[in-house]
Design a protein around this ligand. Structure first.
Ligand code: AMP
Ligand code: ZN
Ligand code: FE
Ligand code: FE
Length: 286
């Protein structure tokens, strides 16, 4: 039987709802053979996930980096998955810390906008809800749910709330610099959900070609935010550019409905990621 490989998941180290130990246990229970932990802009979940790794499960240590394409006006946010990079690479560590600080500032500003409109959400409570993990809009969404203003996270990301009316940009990492820093740290960069039109504007294929020339390794094709046509397009683009393709759940616990292993990556693509990496070794449990 082919191994089941899910290369994009979130824990409480960012905006997931399972702790890193709970995440790796759930991955084993879901029948996965390989799971990547890819929290937003942090490696804080790596060690606790590693310590709790169940028998037979391989752990790929990674992160999802908040990036920005600055050559368009207004600039476009996008996400890069970074696999098996050195978590102590100084330049990358500094950029991740800077983005996490920018997320705190943005979160506090969003809360100030909400409060100015008479909406009773509390920044200290939202911070407590994030439990020391990277703060994101899903944590603010939880506050809106607690206040009875919306029922679901999806509703909280609608245009009246965090999707538009109360959406603020954050200071992300320039995407070309991110590719360079990930590679310099021995990591392997993969563009997360590159055609997710439901999340807003998407980048043109020309940028993906430029990123491929700059060192991008792959594209995430199978993702719940891509339609079948979008998945096929991403596969075609990857074939044209010589990039690998991945598929993954982007699991967030109860902050989203998608389950671990809902989308998976072919063994050849996974092996290519491991082969191209030199930052940290891919870990199998004992
Ligand atoms: P942020 O990183 O703070 O900008 O928040 C973006 C995160 O919110 C994404 O990584 C997803 O986890 C989540 N998200 C974005 N759009 C939605 C949505 N429509 N429904 C639920 N979660 C979403
Ligand atoms: Zn997220
Ligand atoms: Fe993402
Ligand atoms: Fe994600």
């Amino acid at each position: 039987m082919l191994p089941r490989i899910d290369l994009h998941t979130h824990s409480t180290a960012s905006d997931g709802t399972l702790s890193p130990p709970q995440l790796v246990r759930a991955a084993a229970e879901a029948g996965l053979d390989v799971v990547a932990i890819t929290d937003h802009d942090t490696t804080a979940g790596w060690e606790p996930a590693l310590q709790a790794l169940p028998g037979g499960l391989r752990l790929v240590r990674g992160a999802e980096l908040s990036c920005r394409w600055n050559s368009v006006e207004p600039s476009l946010p996008l996400h890069l998955l970074a696999y098996l990079f050195d978590p102590d690479a100084p330049e990358l560590v500094a950029e991740l810390a800077r983005v996490r600080a920018a997320r705190l500032q943005r979160g506090e500003r969003i809360v100030a906008l909400l409060r100015a409109d008479g909406i009773d959400v509390s920044w200290p409570e939202i911070l407590a809800g994030a439990g020391g993990g990277t703060v994101g809009r899903p944590h603010i969404a939880q506050a809106l749910i607690r206040a009875g203003l919306v029922v679901t996270t999806t509703e909280a990301f609608g245009p009246d709330w965090l999707g538009e009316r109360y959406r603020l940009p954050k200071e992300d990492i320039d995407v070309f610099q991110a590719v360079r820093l990930i590679r310099a740290a021995g990591g392997v960069p993969v563009f997360a959900h590159p055609r997710a039109t439901r999340r807003g504007r998407i980048v043109p294929d020309e940028l993906i070609a430029e990123l491929a020339a700059a060192g991008l390794a792959g594209l995430e094709a199978d993702h719940e935010d891509h339609s079948p046509a979008e998945r096929a397009h991403v596969r075609g683009l990857a074939a044209d550019l010589g990039l690998l393709v991945t598929g993954s759940s982007d699991f967030h616990g109860t902050h989203k409905t998608v389950q671990l292993g809902a989308f998976t990556t072919a063994p050849e693509a996974y092996e290519r990621i491991v082969a191209e990496s030199s930052g940290v070794v891919e870990v199998a449990s004992g």
